[in-house]
Every structure is written in structure tokens, then in C-alpha cells.
Design a protein around this ligand. Sequence first.
Ligand code: ATR
Length: 289
Amino acid sequence: MATQSGLMASTVEKETTPARYAVMGNPVAHSKSPHIHRHFAHQFGHNIEYTALWVDVDGFREAVEQFRDEGGKGLNITVPFKLEAFQLADNLSDRAKLAGAVNTIRFEPDGKIFGDNTDGTGLVHDLAKNLGVQLRNKKILLLGAGGAARGVVGPLLRQNPAVLVIVNRTVSKARELAKLFAPIGKAEACGYEELVGKRFDVVINGTSASLKGEMPPLPVNLFANNAVAYDMMYGDKPTPFLEWAMLHGATIAVDGLGMLVEQAAESYLLWRGVRPETKHIITALRKGG
Ligand code: ATR
């Protein structure tokens, strides 16, 4: 009995002190992550505090160390700090090593920084689980060869597609990416003009074009029957790529909101050992709440 009440006392004590998490970025004010993670915590009755922290571009390391020293348990990292987080980590997951970037930090009990990257897994989860799109034996086209694209190549290749083509304006960057991932699987690299006459089942926009309201220079007749167009960006209205895709034969055109929620769920799993249910929060966010 004594042991039981002792246990209860320590549990109560633990639960009254919230475990601290945050997203660090610049800008970060409009981040949906605090809302998403509070929703996750609610599912399990976890007592967490999750905030959005604006960090000066020159102050990332100090901000991370301060957060850790004040007892923080974990962080999400967003633009423009994912590369710096990669460099700062003491240990890295395999997927973070492949992505060359860190979007999730877990502080270990000894204070060491474990860096992970949940972006690519988030994309694959959104496609497979939420949209019912299996990637095995599919022809996939990935637009872009920057940091965002790199983060998803490994998880896409692991789904064993028939082919993964990486297309980029600067073709050399696409070639470098394909070479980097050769140990995982075969990716082909090309320029936009080489896409003429080719068709794909899944076209994923990993460029930053949508951020600027631009559209990658894609040829018409790009989509196979029942093709999916996926933009890793999201916003209040469809991106130019998604609008174009609907006009040019894609059956499904979807933005990256689901990916955002799924990468968050993977982060939550890394921190707390349980993977939250995601459907309800995705639906709520789509409705604007
Ligand atoms: P991020 O971290 O968002 O990936 P990045 O590393 O600067 O940002 O990479 C931006 C990617 O978007 C690049 O692949 C870039 O193509 P180039 O390497 O040829 O510049 C691509 N990109 C940006 N604007 C684009 C546009 N209007 N059309 C096609 N690709 C575009």
C-alpha cells in the first residue's frame, strides 16, 4: 500500500509540471504546430506545453541550449534552421543523415541532442494512410532538388516505386541527389524539357515555386490515369501547381497540410513513445479550425 501511494504521489507531481516542447523558426508566428501538438497531447491526457519560438537568424544554437537548460524535452525545427540543427545534433537518426537536415530534436537525459527528420515519413504517411495512394510500383516524379526535396527522397525510394524521377531546373543538383541516394534505390535525374512524352502516377512538388506564386515549367500530358498531384506546400488557397494539375488531368490534387500533421505525429512518437491519431485534426484544420 505504501508503495502504491508513493507511486501515486510521484505521478501527480509529474503531471503538474508540463513537459516543455516548442517549434523554433523565423518566421514562426503563423505556425500550426502548437495547435497540432496540443491536440495530440489532449488525446492521451499528456500534460505538455508547446510554444512557437521566434529565433534570431544568428541565435539558433544559443536558443536551443537555453531551451534545453531550462528543462525543455524536445523541439521542432523549421525554416531556416534545419541545416543548423543537423550540424548541432550530437547523434542523428539514419533518416536525418539521409535528409541532411533535422526537423525534430529530442533532448536525451544526459543533455545530448538527438536529431531526427520526420518530413519524408510524414509525406509517405499522408499519401498512403490519408489519401489511400500506395507508391509501390508507381511512377513518381519529384519536382525540385533543394533541401525540401532531399528530405523526402529516401522515404519515397523505400516504398519501392517503379521509378523515381527527380527533375530540376539546375539539372546538376538533381543528378547529385540521385547519386547520393543510390545506396537506397535507383532515382533518375533530368531537366524539365526531358519530361515531354513521359507520364507519371504521382507528381510531388518539392520546389519552393509555390512560395513565390510560381509554377515549375511542366509539359502537358504529364499525368497518367488516376494520377495524384501533391504539393508539399500548403496555404489558404490551391498553389499554382495544384491549379495547373487539376486543369491538366490529375485526379487528385492535394496540398501538404496532411504532411505537416503526419510529420508532427512522427515527432510526437519520438518524444512520447505513442503515435497520435491524425484524421480529426487534419479535418479540423481544413475547415479552418
Ligand atoms: P528548399 O529548402 O525549400 O528546398 P532550396 O534548397 O533553395 O529551398 O531549393 C529550392 C528548389 O526549388 C530548387 O530545386 C529550385 O530549383 P533550382 O535548383 O533549379 O533553382 C526550385 N525552384 C524554385 N523556384 C522554382 C520555379 N519557379 N520553378 C522550378 N523550380 C523552382
